[in-house]
Ligand binder design. Structure first.
Ligand code: TPP
Length: 319
């Protein structure tokens, strides 16, 4: 992997980490409209996976989707505006944190419905086969979503029709307050791929280069007509499920300690320092630049208007 890609991956990690920290702050200040599900701890999956596709490839994101949008190229200022319910946001303030999308970067939807992106990704895959456009779709979802009927239906069709869709399961060990050990009878969700005759992998989701290379391999295979894949990325949600539901399990503190040592941002920063790809001064400059972009985004969003209540029904589907 060349030096510029490594630095760009590290920048992506910082961007998402700082964005999420700022979003939490805005939520606590009462400036955010709606729910917030932070992605802190899982950043390597979004950044590694999105670096392995083209700008016009599609992604489907989740309720915990800021990281996917940022990694796919969304503009932070329109995202912050959306979080604050402003007219200048990606969904003109009508979608909020869980529904950010923008076709110009291939973000076809984020989805507040758990597993809601799975069937849509199958639809995108069918369209690519039909139009022969050579695009590949990445579909992100959690371990909880992997226990829904829609997971089976989607992977079944994707396997049958050899669709160019990469299903990326972000196994952060827990669905809201239900841990995998209480809800899943197998050790690896990735092993379920065998049921659909598609490629299945189980990887370390906190190893950004590992994510990049695995997704790249499966994306290239999909473009060559090899069909769908399931990649399970093992990771850990460092904070609460969302800003109103905390995780009160007694074992959480011990788990936090174990996963702290493989925090994807610190881990990659350390790796690039050791490899002498970057130095501390350069890291400091990158961080300052990103924090500056965030400061300006917050100013932009604060200065933007809320939608006019008269236009409530514009841009939404209603009867
Ligand atoms: C169909 C549906 N059921 C329940 C919920 C409430 N809910 C929101 S997030 C969540 C947990 C999802 O867990 P997982 O898929 O593992 O994703 P994670 O939150 O861990 O990223 C639940 C149950 C929902 N939004 N949609």
């Amino acid at each position: 992997m060349d030096k510029s890609l490594k630095i760009s991956l590290l920048k992506g990690l910082y961007k998402i980490r700082f964005f999420e920290q700022r979003a939490k702050q805005l939520y606590q200040e009462g400036l955010m409209v709606g729910a917030l599900h932070p992605y802190i701890g899982e950043e390597a999956i979004a950044v590694g996976a999105c670096a392995a596709v083209n700008k016009d490839d599609y992604i489907f994101s989740t309720h915990r989707g800021h990281g996917h949008c940022i990694a796919k190229g969304a503009d932070i200022k329109f995202m912050i505006a959306e979080l604050m319910g402003k007219e200048t946001g990606y969904c003109r303030g009508r979608g909020g944190s869980m529904h950010i999308c923008d076709r110009s970067f291939g973000i076809l939807s984020s989805n507040g419905i758990v597993g809601g992106g799975l069937t849509l990704a199958v639809g995108a895959g069918i369209s690519s086969i039909y139009k022969k456009d050579g695009r590949v779709t990445l579909c992100f979802f959690g371990d909880g979503a992997a226990n829904l009927g829609v997971f089976h239906e989607s992977l079944n069709l994707a396997g049958l029709w050899k669709l160019p869709v990469i299903f990326i399961c972000e196994n952060n060990q827990i669905a809201a307050t239900t841990s995998c050990s209480e809800s899943i009878p197998v050790d690896n969700i990735g092993d379920r791929a065998v049921s659909y005759n598609i490629s299945g992998s189980v990887i370390d989701g906190n190893d950004i280069e590992g994510v990049y290379f695995k997704v790249k391999e499966r994306v290239e295979a999909a473009r060559d007509g090899d069909g769908a894949s399931l990649i399970e990325c093992k990771t850990y949600r460092q904070g609460p499920h969302c800003m109103v539901i905390s995780d009160t399990r007694s074992e959480k503190k011990d788990e936090d300690k174990i996963w702290e040592s493989v925090d994807p941002v610190n881990r990659y920063e350390k790796k690039l320092l050791q490899e002498k790809v970057i130095n501390l001064k350069e890291i400091e400059n990158i961080k300052r630049e990103i924090l500056n972009i965030l400061d300006n985004a917050v100013i932009f969003a604060k200065n933007s208007k809320f939608p006019d209540p008269e236009t409530l029904k514009d841009y939404v589907y209603s009867n």
